[in-house]
Write a protein that binds this ligand. Structure first.
Ligand code: GLU
Length: 379
């Protein structure tokens, strides 16, 4: 494996997202751009950083071989182009990294891999193992198989979620944009972005010929990253040295700082996960304790449990917490559906006698429970 891989203990984990327009403008792989970026990434690794690359360009790389001259509108055609382009894209990265003795790996993720706790833990372990072995994971969405309603669809948000998954502290988004501008794309770049919501009114849904997202999805990414405790830099991919300068904290592009604490970030992370596997209905007393006192959810306050579908839910899954039909919180359950039903309404001391085992007193521990800001019906 790489003779450049961790001689020094990596001090930082960095996710670098590279847009299609940077490495595959007009649907053709720009090998010179890839060579420049792998040189920069190899140098950053020598400087002690662990790097995860999120690379777009699968669809763009597939266009030419598929005989398509522009980004198809139909999802099945885009998925087919991605199936053709993804191996070309990853081989280009891998052979370029080889010049530095660096091994690259392909990691294809779907939204499910990030939202489902068991799959999340598994994907995280894979990325940890790759980084530990000095390998550079090259991540993309598994475009060719992701269902429309389950796909993230843009690599900006995927890169923020990947940064969270990889435990990165910095996300560098390289695209054709120089950063976030208040007065249109040719205006001055805002160096420090405090209010991401305000910035949404400055940007149009601009996008390049081959890219999917525009500045809007980059702001989404910055917001997700911030809530996961990850700093984001949005900078021009064509300018040399951006990765090193972003890591060094220089004023390149637009920087959005991370939210305060890791515990707060974890709770917001739970709030970001989209599809709960089911719900528990709780009584008023338990609802008050959770909403106003930040309490854990104990079996005593549970009236019943409902799965999202016939698969039910398992320990570790995300579930909604409802009171009188209103979803007020969301969290990771310690007990599976059938077990929650059996211990509902009972005291925690009885759990072991009822189930024959007990993992803990709480059905959802307060650390894994996020009270929703705007509780609502089926929120
Ligand atoms: N996953 C898509 C691709 O590789 C790109 C999505 C994006 O550009 O945001 O082509």
């Amino acid at each position: 494996m790489s003779d450049r891989s961790p001689s020094a203990i990596p001090t930082r984990r960095v996710t670098v997202k590279i847009g299609s327009a940077v490495i595959a403008p007009k649907g053709r792989l720009d090998l010179a751009a890839i060579d420049r970026l792998t040189a920069e990434i190899a140098a950053a690794r020598d400087g002690g950083a662990s790097i995860v690359v999120v690379s777009s360009g699968a669809v763009a790389c597939g266009l030419g071989p598929m005989g398509l001259s522009e980004m198809p509108r139909r999802l099945d055609e885009r998925q087919a182009a991605a199936a053709v382009g993804q191996p070309l894209l990853v081989s280009a990265w891998a052979s370029s990294f080889q010049r530095f003795g660096v091994v690259a790996a392909q990691v294809l993720l779907t939204a499910d891999d990030i939202e489902d706790r068991a799959r999340f833990v598994n994907a995280r372990r894979t990325i940890d193992t790759l980084l530990g072995a000095g390998v550079v994971p090259i991540v993309n969405e598994n475009d060719s198989v992701a269902y429309e309603e389950l796909r993230l669809g843009d690599n900006d948000r995927l890169s923020a979620l990947t940064a969270g998954l990889a435990g990165a502290d910095l996300l560098v988004i390289l695209s054709t944009a120089r950063g976030v501008c208040r007065d249109g794309p040719s205006g001055d770049v805002v160096l420090e972005l405090d209010d991401i919501e305000e910035a949404r009114s400055w940007v149009t849904r601009d996008r390049s010929d081959t890219g999917i997202g525009g500045m809007g999805t980059k702001l989404d990414a910055a917001a997700i990253a911030r809530s996961l405790g990850v700093e984001t830099v949005i900078a021009a991919g064509a300018d040399p040295g951006m990765i090193a300068r972003a890591i060094a904290g220089e004023a390149v592009g637009t920087r959005s700082r991370a939210a305060a604490s890791a515990a707060a970030a974890r709770k917001r992370w739970i709030g970001h996960k989209k599809r709960p596997r089911g719900a528990v209905d709780i009584d008023r007393g338990a609802a008050d304790a959770i909403a106003t006192r930040g309490a854990s959810l104990l079996p005593k306050g549970i009236l019943g449990a409902t799965p999202a579908d016939e698969r039910g839910f398992a320990a570790g899954d995300l579930i909604d917490v409802r009171c009188e039909g209103v979803t007020l919180a969301r969290g990771l359950t310690n007990y599976a559906l059938d077990d929650v039903r059996r211990i509902a309404g009972r005291r925690s001391e009885e759990i072991a006698a009822i189930l024959g085992y007990s993992v803990c007193d709480e059905v959802i521990h307060r650390d894994n429970l996020t009270v929703l800001n705007n509780p609502g019906m089926n929120a």
